[in-house]
Design a protein around this ligand. Structure first.
Ligand SMILES: [Fe+2]
Length: 246
Protein backbone atom coordinates (compact mmCIF):
# COMPACT_ATOMS: atom_id res chain seq x y z
CA UNK A 1 0.00 0.00 0.00
CA UNK A 2 1.28 3.47 -0.89
CA UNK A 3 0.42 6.28 1.52
CA UNK A 4 0.45 10.03 0.91
CA UNK A 5 1.27 11.60 4.29
CA UNK A 6 0.40 15.26 4.86
CA UNK A 7 0.70 17.38 7.99
CA UNK A 8 0.34 21.00 9.12
CA UNK A 9 -1.27 22.42 5.99
CA UNK A 10 -2.41 25.52 7.91
CA UNK A 11 -4.86 26.95 5.36
CA UNK A 12 -2.14 27.28 2.73
CA UNK A 13 -3.98 26.57 -0.50
CA UNK A 14 -1.04 27.26 -2.83
CA UNK A 15 1.26 24.83 -0.99
CA UNK A 16 -1.40 22.09 -0.89
CA UNK A 17 -2.19 22.62 -4.58
CA UNK A 18 1.50 22.26 -5.48
CA UNK A 19 1.82 19.05 -3.43
CA UNK A 20 -1.30 17.50 -4.95
CA UNK A 21 -0.22 18.38 -8.46
CA UNK A 22 3.25 16.85 -7.79
CA UNK A 23 1.75 13.56 -6.58
CA UNK A 24 -0.41 13.20 -9.68
CA UNK A 25 2.69 11.54 -11.16
CA UNK A 26 3.15 9.39 -8.04
CA UNK A 27 0.10 7.22 -7.49
CA UNK A 28 -0.99 6.64 -3.87
CA UNK A 29 -3.65 4.39 -2.34
CA UNK A 30 -4.56 6.25 0.84
CA UNK A 31 -4.05 9.77 2.18
CA UNK A 32 -3.10 10.18 5.83
CA UNK A 33 -3.37 13.60 7.49
CA UNK A 34 -1.62 14.32 10.80
CA UNK A 35 -3.53 17.45 11.89
CA UNK A 36 -3.46 21.26 11.69
CA UNK A 37 -5.39 21.66 8.50
CA UNK A 38 -6.29 25.25 9.36
CA UNK A 39 -4.92 28.22 11.31
CA UNK A 40 -2.30 30.84 10.25
CA UNK A 41 -3.23 30.98 6.53
CA UNK A 42 -5.96 32.77 4.58
CA UNK A 43 -7.73 29.88 2.82
CA UNK A 44 -9.31 27.70 5.52
CA UNK A 45 -12.41 26.60 3.60
CA UNK A 46 -10.56 25.90 0.35
CA UNK A 47 -7.98 23.71 2.11
CA UNK A 48 -10.60 21.84 4.15
CA UNK A 49 -12.57 21.21 0.94
CA UNK A 50 -9.45 19.96 -0.82
CA UNK A 51 -8.53 17.53 1.96
CA UNK A 52 -12.11 16.32 2.37
CA UNK A 53 -12.03 15.41 -1.33
CA UNK A 54 -8.95 13.17 -0.92
CA UNK A 55 -10.24 9.61 -0.70
CA UNK A 56 -9.61 7.29 0.99
CA UNK A 57 -8.52 9.54 3.86
CA UNK A 58 -7.49 8.91 7.47
CA UNK A 59 -7.27 12.21 9.36
CA UNK A 60 -6.69 13.29 12.95
CA UNK A 61 -6.93 16.71 14.57
CA UNK A 62 -4.17 19.14 15.48
CA UNK A 63 -4.11 21.82 18.17
CA UNK A 64 -5.06 24.54 15.65
CA UNK A 65 -8.01 22.48 14.40
CA UNK A 66 -9.27 22.33 17.99
CA UNK A 67 -9.05 26.09 18.56
CA UNK A 68 -10.30 27.06 15.09
CA UNK A 69 -13.35 24.82 15.43
CA UNK A 70 -14.10 25.97 18.98
CA UNK A 71 -13.27 22.77 20.88
CA UNK A 72 -10.67 24.80 22.80
CA UNK A 73 -10.23 28.52 23.33
CA UNK A 74 -6.48 28.71 22.70
CA UNK A 75 -5.32 29.85 26.16
CA UNK A 76 -1.83 28.56 25.37
CA UNK A 77 -1.63 30.14 21.90
CA UNK A 78 0.56 33.15 21.25
CA UNK A 79 -1.18 36.37 20.18
CA UNK A 80 -0.73 35.86 16.43
CA UNK A 81 -1.79 32.22 16.43
CA UNK A 82 -4.88 33.07 18.47
CA UNK A 83 -5.80 36.01 16.23
CA UNK A 84 -5.54 33.77 13.16
CA UNK A 85 -7.50 30.97 14.87
CA UNK A 86 -10.40 33.26 15.82
CA UNK A 87 -10.40 34.76 12.30
CA UNK A 88 -10.51 31.20 10.90
CA UNK A 89 -13.41 30.26 13.19
CA UNK A 90 -15.42 33.19 11.81
CA UNK A 91 -14.63 32.27 8.18
CA UNK A 92 -15.27 28.50 8.29
CA UNK A 93 -18.53 27.29 6.74
CA UNK A 94 -20.85 25.40 9.08
CA UNK A 95 -20.07 22.15 7.28
CA UNK A 96 -16.28 22.60 7.45
CA UNK A 97 -16.38 23.71 11.09
CA UNK A 98 -18.45 20.63 11.95
CA UNK A 99 -16.08 18.35 9.99
CA UNK A 100 -13.03 19.79 11.81
CA UNK A 101 -14.75 19.42 15.18
CA UNK A 102 -15.34 15.73 14.47
CA UNK A 103 -11.70 14.96 13.60
CA UNK A 104 -10.53 12.28 16.04
CA UNK A 105 -7.67 12.68 18.51
CA UNK A 106 -4.51 10.70 17.81
CA UNK A 107 -2.87 8.29 18.17
CA UNK A 108 -4.61 5.93 15.82
CA UNK A 109 -3.40 2.94 13.82
CA UNK A 110 -3.56 3.01 10.04
CA UNK A 111 -4.28 -0.44 8.54
CA UNK A 112 -2.49 -2.14 11.46
CA UNK A 113 0.71 -0.93 9.78
CA UNK A 114 1.76 2.29 11.50
CA UNK A 115 0.52 4.78 14.08
CA UNK A 116 -0.22 8.46 13.53
CA UNK A 117 -0.45 11.34 15.97
CA UNK A 118 -0.25 15.13 15.87
CA UNK A 119 2.28 16.00 18.58
CA UNK A 120 3.16 12.71 20.27
CA UNK A 121 1.22 9.47 20.82
CA UNK A 122 1.20 10.28 24.54
CA UNK A 123 0.01 13.90 24.30
CA UNK A 124 -1.40 15.32 21.06
CA UNK A 125 -0.27 18.85 22.02
CA UNK A 126 3.33 18.00 23.06
CA UNK A 127 6.31 18.45 20.75
CA UNK A 128 9.06 16.09 19.64
CA UNK A 129 11.97 18.40 18.78
CA UNK A 130 14.95 16.18 19.51
CA UNK A 131 16.23 12.85 20.74
CA UNK A 132 15.31 13.43 24.41
CA UNK A 133 11.62 13.87 23.57
CA UNK A 134 11.80 11.05 21.00
CA UNK A 135 13.34 8.66 23.52
CA UNK A 136 10.65 9.54 26.03
CA UNK A 137 7.96 8.73 23.46
CA UNK A 138 9.64 5.43 22.52
CA UNK A 139 9.74 4.51 26.23
CA UNK A 140 6.04 5.16 26.78
CA UNK A 141 4.67 3.58 23.58
CA UNK A 142 5.08 0.34 21.66
CA UNK A 143 4.34 1.38 18.07
CA UNK A 144 7.08 0.17 15.71
CA UNK A 145 6.49 3.08 13.29
CA UNK A 146 4.75 6.37 14.13
CA UNK A 147 4.22 9.36 11.86
CA UNK A 148 3.87 12.65 13.74
CA UNK A 149 3.58 16.37 12.97
CA UNK A 150 3.22 19.57 15.03
CA UNK A 151 6.90 20.70 14.99
CA UNK A 152 6.80 21.52 11.26
CA UNK A 153 10.29 19.97 10.98
CA UNK A 154 10.93 16.97 8.69
CA UNK A 155 13.00 14.41 10.57
CA UNK A 156 13.24 10.71 11.42
CA UNK A 157 14.18 9.36 14.86
CA UNK A 158 15.33 5.72 14.91
CA UNK A 159 15.58 3.57 18.05
CA UNK A 160 17.74 0.48 17.64
CA UNK A 161 18.56 -1.82 20.59
CA UNK A 162 21.69 0.19 21.42
CA UNK A 163 21.14 3.78 20.27
CA UNK A 164 18.78 6.53 19.21
CA UNK A 165 19.66 8.27 15.95
CA UNK A 166 18.41 11.45 14.31
CA UNK A 167 18.10 11.26 10.54
CA UNK A 168 17.90 14.69 8.96
CA UNK A 169 16.26 14.78 5.56
CA UNK A 170 17.92 16.30 2.52
CA UNK A 171 15.86 18.45 0.12
CA UNK A 172 14.37 18.20 -2.41
CA UNK A 173 13.83 14.44 -2.36
CA UNK A 174 14.96 12.17 0.43
CA UNK A 175 14.50 8.40 0.57
CA UNK A 176 14.96 6.19 3.60
CA UNK A 177 14.24 2.47 3.99
CA UNK A 178 12.91 1.48 7.42
CA UNK A 179 14.94 -1.42 8.80
CA UNK A 180 13.46 -4.40 10.62
CA UNK A 181 14.03 -4.44 14.39
CA UNK A 182 14.34 -0.65 14.57
CA UNK A 183 11.53 1.61 15.79
CA UNK A 184 10.83 4.89 14.05
CA UNK A 185 9.23 8.28 14.64
CA UNK A 186 8.81 10.04 11.29
CA UNK A 187 7.82 13.66 10.72
CA UNK A 188 6.92 14.46 7.09
CA UNK A 189 7.39 18.20 7.70
CA UNK A 190 4.76 20.85 7.13
CA UNK A 191 2.92 21.39 3.85
CA UNK A 192 1.88 24.96 4.60
CA UNK A 193 4.33 26.47 7.09
CA UNK A 194 7.76 24.76 7.09
CA UNK A 195 10.03 25.74 10.00
CA UNK A 196 13.34 24.08 9.13
CA UNK A 197 14.74 27.10 7.32
CA UNK A 198 13.57 25.79 3.95
CA UNK A 199 10.42 27.49 2.60
CA UNK A 200 9.50 24.61 0.26
CA UNK A 201 6.33 22.66 1.11
CA UNK A 202 7.17 19.37 2.79
CA UNK A 203 5.32 16.03 2.76
CA UNK A 204 6.00 12.27 2.75
CA UNK A 205 5.09 9.13 0.90
CA UNK A 206 5.36 5.70 2.50
CA UNK A 207 5.31 2.36 0.73
CA UNK A 208 4.38 -0.23 3.37
CA UNK A 209 5.58 -3.13 1.20
CA UNK A 210 9.10 -1.87 0.51
CA UNK A 211 9.13 0.14 3.81
CA UNK A 212 10.51 3.09 1.88
CA UNK A 213 9.77 6.57 3.25
CA UNK A 214 10.33 9.48 0.89
CA UNK A 215 10.16 13.11 1.96
CA UNK A 216 9.70 15.65 -0.81
CA UNK A 217 10.11 19.43 -0.89
CA UNK A 218 8.02 21.29 -3.44
CA UNK A 219 8.11 24.95 -4.52
CA UNK A 220 4.81 26.84 -4.49
CA UNK A 221 3.57 30.41 -4.99
CA UNK A 222 4.75 31.81 -1.66
CA UNK A 223 4.16 35.44 -2.73
CA UNK A 224 0.50 34.77 -3.59
CA UNK A 225 0.00 33.11 -0.19
CA UNK A 226 1.67 36.03 1.59
CA UNK A 227 -0.50 38.57 -0.25
CA UNK A 228 -3.67 36.71 0.74
CA UNK A 229 -2.60 36.69 4.40
CA UNK A 230 -2.00 40.44 4.34
CA UNK A 231 -5.21 41.15 2.42
CA UNK A 232 -7.18 39.16 5.00
CA UNK A 233 -5.78 41.44 7.71
CA UNK A 234 -3.92 38.61 9.44
CA UNK A 235 -0.67 39.48 11.31
CA UNK A 236 2.20 40.34 8.90
CA UNK A 237 4.76 37.97 10.52
CA UNK A 238 2.53 35.06 9.44
CA UNK A 239 3.19 36.11 5.83
CA UNK A 240 6.88 37.00 6.33
CA UNK A 241 7.85 33.67 7.91
CA UNK A 242 6.73 31.67 4.86
CA UNK A 243 9.54 33.16 2.73
CA UNK A 244 12.23 31.97 5.14
CA UNK A 245 10.68 28.73 6.36
CA UNK A 246 10.66 29.73 10.03
FE1 LIG B 1 0.98 23.08 13.10
Amino acid sequence: MKYLILSDIHSNKEALTAVLSFVRRKPWDKCVFLGDLVGYGANPNQTVDMVRALKPLVAIRGNHDKVCSGIEEGELFNRMALEAALWTRRKLTKSNLHWLKKLPEGPTMVDDTFAICHGTPVDEDAYIFGEIEALNVFRHTEFPVTFFGHSHFPVIFALSPDAITTILTVAPSFRFKLRPGVRYLVNPGSVGQPRDGNPLASFAMFDSETRMVSIHRIPYQVKATQQKILKAGLPRPLADRLAIGR
